[in-house]
Design a protein around this ligand. Structure first.
Ligand code: NAD
Length: 261
């Protein structure tokens, strides 16, 4: 990486796709701000391991993405510790599967807060830092469910469609200051988030867990393969590069052809 060391903040980076993205940016020499839930000793081992493996500065902020004041504190740390956040990856997300008539109200509120509103808060607070440096990259991890729906995922589909709309709007607001905002829309990736919904899907549909994988999850993906964390991380790195400067407001499917159908 040429010039000054850039800083990447990745929400929900204590596991899955977020951790993969943090690892890829650390390997390219970025300073890293990790965030997410988990056991504090495991997170500390992760933080130290990442810093040592790549010789970069890594800090962790425990902001709960349902809490705007904690998000504000995390963004402030970005300014205090690194002078700003250059690359913001809004990745934190949760899922809940239920028919709408029995969808718990508190689950709806939680999913909208974590999967959509948290990105509003991180972006509104990152933009002034990016404007100051006249450079910034915002990468929102949406989903194929930001483009199409599946039954029993009302809150998740609504939040991810909202995140797609937010992406397009933000892309227009500071386009002349080298600040881009794009969304990656992955198909199914075999992380904890997907593993956890297999039993619920089996229950909602009255089928076995193997049938959920074969006939529900990968049924939509023409390649019949899961997307990998490494593939998404490599794409996020590309979006942060100078070569990707003209990607702005793009809603980028990475789903083995799912949403081409
Ligand atoms: P994951 O469960 O492994 O990771 C989710 C991360 O979010 C974790 O670090 C978790 O600690 C964090 N998180 C959850 N609630 C939080 C909160 N209140 N505050 C702060 N952090 C919180 O799941 P994943 O599959 O890696 O998902 C990452 C993102 O990718 C999500 O936005 C998800 O919707 C999206 N996505 C996943 C898939 C998939 O198939 N796995 C497909 C498309 C999109």
């Amino acid at each position: 990486m040429s010039g000054q060391t850039k800083t990447a903040l990745i929400t929900g980076s204590t596991s899955g796709i977020g951790l993969g993205i943090a690892t890829a940016f650390a390997a390219q020499g970025y300073s890293i701000i990790l965030n997410g839930l988990g056991e504090s000793d495991e997170i500390e081992a992760m933080r130290v391991g990442l810093a040592k493996a790549h010789g970069v500065k890594v800090i962790y902020h425990p902001a709960n993405m349902t809490k705007p004041e904690e998000i504000a504190d995390m963004m402030q740390q970005g300014e205090t510790q690194f002078g700003g956040v250059d690359v913001l990856v809004n990745n934190a997300g949760v899922q809940f599967v239920s028919p709408i008539e029995s969808f718990p109200v508190e689950k709806w509120d939680q999913i909208i807060a974590i999967d959509l509103s948290s990105a509003f808060h991180t972006i509104r607070l990152a933009i002034p830092m990016m404007v100051k440096r006249k450079w910034g990259r915002i990468i929102n991890i949406a989903s194929a469910h930001g483009l199409v729906a599946s039954p029993f995922k009302s809150a998740y589909v609504a939040a991810k469609h909202g995140l797609v709309g937010l992406t397009k709007t933000v892309a227009l607001e500071h386009a002349q200051e080298n600040i881009t905002c794009n969304a990656i829309c992955p198909g199914y990736v075999l992380t904890g988030l997907v593993q956890a919904q297999i039993p619920d899907q089996a229950k909602s549909r009255g089928i076995s867990e193997d049938e959920v994988i074969k006939n529900v999850l990968l049924a939509a993906q023409p390649t019949k393969q899961f997307v990998t964390v490494e593939q998404i991380a490599a794409f996020a790195l590309y979006l942060a590069s100078e070569s990707a400067a003209q990607f702005n407001g793009a809603i980028l499917s990475m789903d083995g052809g799912w949403t081409a159908q």
